[in-house]
Design a protein around this ligand. Structure first.
Ligand SMILES: C[S@@+](CC[C@H](N)C(=O)[O-])C[C@H]1O[C@@H](n2cnc3c(N)ncnc32)[C@H](O)[C@@H]1O
Length: 358
């Protein structure tokens, strides 16, 4: 087993440790790639321990009130062959454990994650970038694993009993994407869907984004525009995983543009990942050209009409891709100029759609 994992198990399982100090000492000596692997393991473990806790109670109910003890290591065996396979390194730790140990581990893993996130926030460039890129690549593998598991289960008319959908959200904290810094100063001059104070949920999920980047073939050397770029998750992810692509994000709320701009600067991405404050409903705005556009449910009905017309204009000159997430797809499907666009290709994960211009 990789030695960082042995240390991790020690930190998780030992009582009476000064956990914060010991974790800080341990991570201080790790290089950025191993540090990223640790972040991903710990974040997955938090979800997995919740899952194990839930499965324990289901197993216990089967005893129907009898005083029969559920042996955790036994009933979990089958899960380590399937949904918990990426955490095989943790299986033997569960030999002889009780549900009280599981609760203890849940708390220690959460505390370890907190210390990891504070250390990640302090990382300067280029370690910040190496950490983030490694973490995203590993997350992408896990989301693909989850996707394959879900499909297998669906074939058997079953469901996967955990989801990694929110498991890695605290990566935003590592990037200092501070939603709490939101100042509701946009007043009533707009009726746009700006979702003030709604934090992480205004972002595309990492799972949806990473799956889109896996399956949508973005041409090398092309330009990618996020229309309504929020706190910049899309730009950061595209910027880190596709160094061959130029990214621009346009966003109404100034504070979000500032938060996103500071994050890409710290990751050394600011030369090819840029964010601009712009009201995209402004009829006088010179609509920017790109090969791929991304829309996650940003606009009002009227602005959608305006933006889809602009996209259609670009599409009359060259072939483009439009990736929609959430309800943006419905606006496209009812657009007058729908014939400009191919039948959308739908992705099961994250309600994504890809429209290609004809
Ligand atoms: C649901 S969020 C999506 C954020 C990001 N694209 C993502 O997927 O993570 C939509 C964003 O569009 C922005 N928005 C809404 N109307 C806008 C407009 N007229 N011009 C520019 N941005 C706008 C909102 O402020 C919000 O941050």
């Amino acid at each position: 087993m990789q030695s960082y994992r042995q240390n991790l198990i020690f930190l998780i399982t030992q009582p009476h440790l000064d956990l914060k100090t010991e974790t800080e000492k341990f991570i201080a000596g790790l290089d950025s790639k191993v540090f990223a692997a640790l972040f991903v393991d710990v974040s997955f473990l938090i979800t997995a321990l919740e899952f194990i806790d839930g499965q324990y109670w289901i197993e216990d109910l089967k005893n129907d009130g009898e005083e029969k003890k559920v042996v955790i290591a036994h009933f979990l065996k089958k899960f380590f062959k399937s949904e918990l396979r990426p955490l095989l390194f943790f299986q033997s730790t569960l030999d002889g454990t009780s549900i009280y140990d599981i609760k203890f581990y849940q708390n220690t893993v959460l505390a370890i994650q907190k210390t990891i996130v504070s250390a990640a926030k302090q990382k300067p460039f280029p370690q910040s970038r190496e950490f983030a890129t490694t973490a995203l690549n590993m997350m992408s593998e896990l989301f693909e694993f989850e996707h394959q598991m879900t499909m297998k289960k669906n074939d058997l008319n079953q469901e996967l009993d955990y989801t990694l959908y929110r498991s890695f959200d605290c990566l935003d904290e590592c990037f200092n994407l501070n939603y709490k810094s939101e100042h509701p100063d946009t007043e009533s001059r707009t009726i746009e869907r700006i979702y003030l104070q709604s934090g992480v949920s205004v972002q595309s999920s990492y799972s949806a984004l990473l799956m889109a980047l896996r399956y949508v073939n973005l041409p090398s050397g092309s330009r990618f525009i996020d229309l309504g770029s929020g706190f910049g998750r899309v730009g950061i992810t595209v910027g880190l995983l596709r160094p061959d692509i130029e990214f621009s994000g346009y966003e109404f709320v100034e504070n979000r543009v500032n938060v996103a701009t500071a994050a890409v600067k710290n990751l050394g991405l600011d030369k090819r990942v840029k964010f601009f404050q712009q009201d995209l409903s402004d009829q006088n705005f010179a609509f920017p050209e790109a090969e791929t556009y991304y829309l996650y449910d940003p606009f009002t009905e009227e602005t959608y009409k305006h933006i889809i017309n602009k996209l259609t204009e670009v599409a009359s000159r060259k072939k483009i891709n439009v990736i929609t997430k959430g309800n943006a797809k419905l606006h496209f499907l009812k657009a007058e100029n729908i014939r400009t666009w191919s039948k959308p290709q739908e992705f099961r994960t994250g309600n994504f759609c890809l429209f290609r211009s004809n």
